[in-house]
Write a protein that binds this ligand. Structure first.
Ligand code: IPE
Ligand code: IPE
Ligand code: MG
Length: 254
């Protein structure tokens, strides 16, 4: 009796192992890094301690993305709505690019990571702009993972800017109305040069987009976890990648 069960058990194990292998890698992963404040509260720490821990986790997750040869990692770091937070917290968040790059830019350069940014750059404080611009310049010839930081980013304001830019071109007779199509709009987004995300991850248990990549996520696969961003680990990232490769993407077809 026991013997006849063996092949069955073995088969399950093999399938399980096969499922654990990550072979279908998303080209572009976007992450809403949420839950820093709640993580800190849980530890009895001030919210900014959560942001600091979240910053260090960015480096860990970049390493995983690099290891799996993901091509683009877009991270939501600060939304156009996050200006509503207390001034002290906003100031800290605006200092984070500097703190992050001071520690990690040499590693990013070594790891062939290319730093890019999406969002309204001009409205950032000058010290924030300076740090980000420096990282972009220092890594512009790198050919590995694109680390795309969404800073002062909002999906709706992005679309408003696209509308204004196209309207201006129509007014100046550079674009005819019937030339406006999905490609023309797409090319004018902050992400115009990038493919749409294949996989969106949001941490912290919130099941919403919070104004992230509204156009670009039209056919993205979503994956949510209750884990707060500072605790989001390599293991959990791999779980998301495993879930992704089980999805059947149809894009409206059959
Ligand atoms: C995400 O963590 C980081 C930013 C939005 C800048 P939060 O600061 O939103 O943390 P929670 O959601 O309050 O826990
Ligand atoms: C989304 O998180 C923005 C970032 C992670 C940068 P929020 O914490 O701002 O989102 P809401 O307010 O819970 O929707
Ligand atoms: Mg939040």
């Amino acid at each position: 009796m026991a013997f006849s069960k063996w092949p069955f058990l073995k088969k399950i194990k093999t399938n399980h192992e096969k499922n654990n292998q990550i072979t279908i890698i998303p080209e572009h992963v976007a992450i809403i890094m949420d839950g820093n404040g709640r993580w800190a509260r849980q530890q009895g720490l001030p919210r900014i301690a959560g942001h600091k821990q979240g910053m260090d986790n960015v480096k860990r997750i970049v390493e995983v993305a690099n290891a799996y040869q993901i091509k683009i990692l877009t991270l939501y770091a600060f939304s156009t709505e996050n200006w509503k937070r207390p001034e002290k917290e906003v100031n800290y968040l605006m200092k984070l690019p500097h703190d992050f790059l001071k520690v990690y830019l040499p590693d990013l350069i070594k790891e062939n990571v290319k730093v890019e940014m999406i969002g309204h750059f001009e409205q950032l404080p000058s010290h924030t702009k300076k740090s980000i611009q420096h990282a972009i310049d220092q890594t512009k010839n790198n050919t590995g993972l694109i680390l795309n930081i969404a800073m002062n980013y909002g999906g709706r304001s992005e679309l408003v800017e696209v509308a204004k830019s196209i309207a201006g071109d129509v007014q100046n007779n550079k674009v005819k109305i019937d030339q406006i199509d999905e490609k023309l709009i797409n090319d004018r987004l902050f992400t115009g040069h990038l493919p749409d995300p294949d996989l969106l991850i949001r941490t912290s248990g919130e099941i919403r987009l919070s104004n992230f990549l509204l156009w670009q996520l039209a056919y993205t696969e979503f994956w949510f976890t209750d884990t707060y961003w500072p605790s989001f680990s390599r293991h959990e990232f791999e779980e998301a990648l495993q879930a992704y490769q089980q999805r059947k993407r149809r894009f409206g077809g059959l």
